[in-house]
Ligand binder design. Structure first.
Ligand code: PMP
Length: 359
């Protein structure tokens, strides 16, 4: 006789729903503009480095401290290796920091709307969210966040640029948050920063409570490799490392580590592909506006767009029938929007052709 699922689960787990992955199409069949991947392949140097690493050492365990990768990231960002933590994608790093840095028994402050994993991690770790609505322009409301009594909260987290709006906070606003909440960890999730933001990494030496997370999934075209990292004061990094050592002592495998190091070494390729995505974002924004969309100014590799007269769900379904996948958001705070990843030229053209049929 089989037991009912969940009989032997911890109490926390009852509040979590299973992860339901989004549509995972065969990439050849569909124009996939729903998960903010980069339309360009990774640098050829990355592929070469992974090949070499596969030949050289898969028999061996990876370095548990990921020292070579941490040093490469530290050199790139002008910090020390002791200020860098790496993980399997920034989602894993976020999981570690919710566990390691956010105080229990006090709420965590984040904006609404924002990255959907924050409320999930709150539930997983039994942390209360304290949600601060976006302002009327759908930007993160720093004024309202700073109206929260810093002594009452256990941590702060927000993406910059925010997701799924793409809206950017100026660096002085980020600094204001780090200073206001100076007695708890303030995390700036910079998954999309390379597409138009100013990184807060330059502030970490001044604010020992400030942790910046980044990923190689977006601007380095390496979502499949799973490498993300955090930069902050060595005290914060040590806290993360304690949790990592207990949960995942080998965070980054040999191939991922070699590929990530090579990605940081090929600056010319990074700039060229990043600039191409940014210019296609501006072009796509104009093309959508010409078709009756209102498009939020984006500093990321996606845009959030609302049509003046047509429902987002209907448009998303019409696009899907034409093999183009985008994300539909209909949330009280932002209303009815499509979030569209910036594709390559032919993907963007396919999107516009499909839209012209649907509209
Ligand atoms: N933060 C934000 C805001 C994101 O949108 C994403 C990607 N969905 C991540 C973090 C995680 O990215 P990854 O785990 O691929 O590094």
């Amino acid at each position: 006789m089989s037991e009912p699922a969940g009989r032997f689960w911890s109490d926390d787990l009852a509040t979590l729903s299973p992860y339901v992955p989004g549509e995972q199409p065969k990439i050849d069949d569909l124009v996939k503009l729903n998960t903010n991947e980069n339309p360009f392949p990774p640098s050829p140097c990355v592929i070469e480095a992974i090949r070499e690493a596969a030949d050289a050492g898969l028999r061996l365990y990876p370095d548990p401290s990921s020292q070579a990768l941490r040093e490469a990231i530290a050199d790139y960002h002008g910090v020390t290796g002791a200020q860098v933590f790496v993980g399997n994608g920034s989602d894993e790093v976020l999981g570690f920091l919710f566990r390691a840095l956010f105080q229990r028994g006090r709420p965590i402050v984040f904006p609404d709307i924002t990255y959907s994993f924050y409320p999930v991690y709150c539930r997983l770790f039994g942390i209360e969210p304290q949600i601060v609505p976006l302002d009327d322009e759908l930007a993160v409301d720093v004024e309202a966040m700073c109206a929260v009594d810093p002594a009452s909260v256990g941590g702060v987290i927000l993406p910059n640029p925010n997701a799924p709006t793409g809206r950017l906070l100026a660096i002085d606003q980020v600094e204001r948050l780090a200073a206001h909440f100076c007695d708890c960890a303030v995390v700036i999730d910079e998954a999309y920063v390379d597409f138009g933001g100013e990184s807060a990494v330059g502030l970490v030496d001044s604010y020992p409570n400030l942790l910046v997370t980044q990923t190689l999934s977006k601007s380095r075209s390496l979502a499949g490799l799973r490498v993300g990292f955090a930069i902050g004061d060595s005290g914060l990094i040590e806290g993360l490392t304690r949790v990592k050592d207990s949960f995942n002592s080998y965070p980054v495998d040999r191939l991922a580590s070699a590929g990530a190091i090579a990605a940081f070494a090929d600056e010319a390729y990074f700039r060229e592909t990043r600039d191409a995505v940014v210019s296609m974002r501006e072009q796509l924004t104009a093309d959508l506006e010409a078709r009756g969309f209102e498009v939020l100014p984006s500093a990321a590799n996606f845009v959030l767009a609302r049509h003046a007269s047509r429902a987002g769900a209907e448009l998303a379904a019409g696009l899907r029938e034409r093999r183009v996948i985008v994300r539909h958001f209909d949330r009280p705070r932002i209303g009815d929007h499509l979030r569209i990843t910036i594709g390559n030229e032919s993907q963007n053209a396919a999107l516009l052709t499909a839209l012209d049929e649907v509209l």
